[in-house]
Design a protein around this ligand. Structure first.
Ligand code: NAP
Length: 283
C-alpha cells in the first residue's frame, strides 16, 4: 500500500477506512467487524472513527476488528467540541480508549470547531494527553484556512498533525486555498490532509453518468474512479466507509487505477474546480 508521511515522519496508508454509521445496530456488528478486518488485510490499516458515531458503538466495532492486531493499525478517533475542554477531553479520551480497548490513540482529532472551549484550551488538553502517552499525536477536522491560521498562532498549535475535511468530486471547495496550503510543506499551516466522504456518502455521486462512462473504459467501478481521482494527489489520504466486503475490495484496488489526461479533463468538466473562495462545507 502506498503511504503518506505525517509531519512527525510516521507513515500511514493513503487509503484508510471510515466507520460513520457503523455500531448503530447490533445486527450489523458481525458484518462491520468482518469488513474492517478484510480492509486491514488488504492494507487499509488506518481506521477512522469518532465518539459520536453510533454513540460510541463504532469505536466498539473498531475495538473488535483490531483485536489481536493492534500493532498493524493506525487508529484515528475524534472528540466532540463540547468535550474538548481542559477537564472534558481527558475523560472523553479515556472513554474512547476503553471502547477501542487500546492504550494509545494514534491520532486524536477535534471533530469540528465551536466557540467554546477556546482553541487554546483544547490544544493544551491535547498536549497534556500526548505527554501522558494517551495519544501519539493530535489534529483537527473541518478547519478552514482562517481556523488553521488561528490554530498556528497558538502555543503548540504547530503540532497539529492533520486536518480531516470533506473532499470528493462533488465537493472540491478545499482546492481553492486550503488544500494547497496544507500540502505545501513550506506553508505555516501545513499538515496531513484526510479526505472524508471520498465516495460521496452514498448520496448519488456514484450514479453520475460521466463517472460511469470513465469507469466502463477503465474496467473499474465508479467508486474506484472517485477514489483514484483523489489519490492521484500524493499527499491526500482517503477514508471510504464500507460495510460491504465487495466495496472494501474495490476500494483497496482503487490505488492501482491510473486516470488518463482525458479522464481528468472529463471529470473537471463535469465537476468543475472552484474559481472563488467558498466556505468549507461539512457533513
Ligand atoms: N470529520 C468529519 O466531520 C467527518 C464527516 C463525515 C465522514 N467522516 C469520516 O469519513 C468516513 C467516510 O465518509 P462517509 O462515510 O461520510 O462517506 P463515504 O465513505 O464517501 O461513503 C460511504 C457510503 O458509500 C458506500 N461505498 C463505499 N465504498 C463503495 C464502493 N466501492 N462501491 C459502492 N459504494 C461504496 C458505502 O456502502 P456500504 O457501507 O454498504 O459498503 C456507504 O453507503 C466516515 O465513515 C467517517 O469515518 C468524517
Amino acid at each position: 500500500m502506498k503511504t503518506v508521511a505525517l509531519p512527525d515522519g510516521a507513515r500511514v496508508p493513503v487509503i484508510g477506512q471510515g466507520t460513520w454509521n457503523m455500531g448503530e445496530k447490533k445486527s450489523g456488528h458481525t458484518n462491520e467487524v468482518a469488513a474492517l478486518r478484510l480492509g486491514i488485510d488488504l492494507g487499509m490499516t488506518l481506521v477512522d472513527t469518532a465518539e459520536m458515531y453510533g454513540d460510541g458503538g463504532a469505536e466498539k466495532v473498531v475495538g473488535d476488528a483490531i483485536e489481536g492486531q493492534r500493532d498493524r493499525v493506525f487508529i484515528v478517533t475524534k472528540a466532540y467540541p463540547h468535550n474538548a475542554s481542559r477537564t472534558g477531553l481527558p475523560k472523553a479520551c479515556d472513554r474512547s480508549l476503553k471502547r477501542l480497548r487500546i492504550e494509545t490513540i494514534d491520532l486524536y482529532l477535534l471533530h469540528w470547531r465551536e466557540k467554546t472551549p477556546p482553541l487554546e484550551e483544547t490544544v493544551q488538553a491535547f498536549e497534556k494527553l500526548r505527554s501522558a502517552g494517551k495519544i501519539k499525536r493530535w489534529g483537527v477536522s473541518n478547519f478552514d484556512v482562517k481556523d488553521m491560521k488561528e490554530l498556528r498562532a497558538i502555543e503548540n498549535g504547530h503540532n497539529c498533525a492533520a486536518n480531516q475535511v470533506l473532499y470528493n468530486l462533488e465537493n472540491r471547495e478545499i482546492e481553492f486555498d486550503l488544500l494547497p496550503r496544507l500540502t505545501d510543506h513550506r506553508s505555516p499551516i501545513t499538515c496531513a490532509v484526510i479526505a472524508y466522504s471520498p465516495v460521496g456518502h452514498g448520496r448519488g455521486l456514484l450514479e453520475n453518468a460521466t463517472l460511469k462512462r470513465i469507469a466502463k473504459r477503465q474496467d473499474a467501478t465508479t467508486a474506484q474512479i472517485a477514489l483514484a481521482w483523489l489519490l492521484r494527489q500524493p499527499d491526500v489520504i482517503a477514508i471510504p466507509k464500507a460495510s460491504d466486503k465487495n466495496h472494501v475490495r474495490d476500494n483497496a484496488r482503487s490505488i492501482e487505477i491510473k486516470l488518463t489526461k482525458e479522464n481528468l479533463a472529463e471529470l473537471d468538466k463535469e465537476f468543475p474546480p472552484p474559481k472563488t473562495k467558498k466556505s468549507l462545507p461539512m457533513l
